[in-house]
Design a protein around this ligand. Structure first.
Ligand code: ADP
Ligand code: GN1
Ligand code: MG
Length: 364
């Protein structure tokens, strides 16, 4: 049955009349629509059907986003020349005052102000974009530092816990529900060869050598909006803001912004780490965070790029084995293709490790 977007939209405290609703963006999790209103002076909106297989407690999820955006808004309003309606998300409450709307089919919806005149990229094209992405993420880290962790509900516990992700992979491997194990022999070996090293960040955390912060946890490049001149504008997709290590955000951002090609490139020969993009992103990121980060944190930034690329690859691979229930796929084998791109990128990062360390050294 086709969703009646006009009917859903009616339940939000929006301005203007519904003109049209179209699928928007390329996120892997929610169903996202842009709602255009009829009147020139009324804003447009983003309407999202929340993926409740993943986010089971919508009330807590939305409350988190409200806490995060309110905090950022407060901080921005103290900085002259900023525009909070463009530099952070604005939740549009439902007509009953809730931060979401539940329809008759038990689908949960939320609405945001549409951030106009933005640019969003699935793949970085210029060093300037990478630099601005680094600034955006770096600034986000400093904006949310100081948010009281007690206000944040841990929406997806263990989200980047390597041990848990590995256990989960081994469990699905054992069951092999779709009989796909034989296809991924080499990928399994790739995982086994690196499993131990990949637990480094959690170990440092447990030993108290790096601080637990509030982090974004999903900093891929299309979760950063640039403005019409490709300048840093806004960090979106705030579902996973939770306690975490800085390495989750830096690593995940580099996984996408320093990838030479798309996350699901079929030709693996085209996949490698772009050192020029890595340098530009790192420069922007450290300009914003240099004074905030400890030297131990800085020492593991390069490692984090391999770790986060590995863990997302592992999640794609697990989902492939499990029958593709988590990430949206657009054709059979899509998750396997994504996993292989990640692993190829890890390999390239291993090969360029020294050069990457030198770059961090230069800007830290
Ligand atoms: P997902 O978790 O599925 O990735 P996102 O919240 O990232 O969902 O939204 C998907 C896409 O929709 C984003 O990558 C971006 O292109 C677009 N988008 C989301 N929120 C806004 C907004 N407030 N203004 C403009 N575009 C947005
Ligand atoms: C998902 O929501 P989106 O598409 O921005 C995923 C991330 C993965 C990413 C891989 C909640 O991000 O963890 O890194 O896909 N988000 C969630 O592209 O699982
Ligand atoms: Mg997203």
């Amino acid at each position: 049955m086709k969703t009646d977007l006009a009917d859903v939209f009616r339940h939000f405290r929006s301005e203007g009349t519904f003109l049209k609703g179209e699928a928007f963006g390329s996120g892997h999790i929610h169903d996202t629509y842009k709602i255009t209103t009829a009147e020139e002076e009324s804003p447009n909106y983003i309407l999202q059907r929340i993926n409740t297989n993943i986010f089971r407690d919508v009330e807590e999820l939305q409350n988190n986003i409200f806490q995060v955006t309110s905090h950022i808004r407060r901080k921005l309003s103290a900085i002259p020349g900023t525009d909070p309606d463009r530099e952070t998300l604005t939740i549009i409450p439902a007509t009953d005052g809730k931060l979401y709307h539940c329809d008759d089919l038990e689908d949960f919806w939320r609405a945001y102000l549409f951030i106009e005149r933005h640019r969003s990229y699935d793949k970085v094209e210029t060093t300037e974009q990478a630099y601005q992405g680094g600034r955006a993420i770096g600034r986000f880290e400093t904006l949310i530092a100081g948010l009281d962790p007690a206000r944040i509900y841990e929406v997806l516990p263990g989200f980047h816990d390597m041990e848990l992700r590995l256990e989960n992979f081994y469990r699905v491997l054992e069951k092999d529900p779709e009989k796909r194990v034989s296809v991924i022999r080499e990928d399994i070996q790739f995982v086994l060869d690196r499993a131990e090293e990949m637990m480094t960040i959690q170990r440092l955390g447990k030993e108290g050598k790096i601080p637990l912060r509030i982090t974004h946890n999903d900093t891929k490049f299309n979760n950063v909006l640039l403005d019409e001149r490709d300048k840093s504008l806004c960090v979106i997709d705030l579902d996973t803001v939770m306690p975490g290590y800085i390495h989750y955000d830096f690593g995940d951002a580099i996984r996408t912004s320093a990838n030479s090609t798309f996350e699901d490139e079929k030709d693996l020969e085209k996949v490698f780490v772009r050192l020029d993009f890595f340098e530009a992103f790192t420069k922007g990121f450290l300009e914003e965070t240099r004074n905030e980060l400890t030297s131990v944190e800085k020492n593991y930034l390069v490692f984090s790029t391999r770790m986060m690329t590995f863990i997302i690859g592992l999640r794609f691979l697990t989902d492939y084995l499990d029958g593709d229930h988590y990430f949206k796929i657009h054709h059979p084998g899509h998750n396997l293709e994504r996993a292989r791109v990640q692993f190829r990128l890890v390999k390239s990062m291993e090969d360029h490790r020294q050069a990457m360390e030198k770059i961090v050294e230069k800007f830290k």
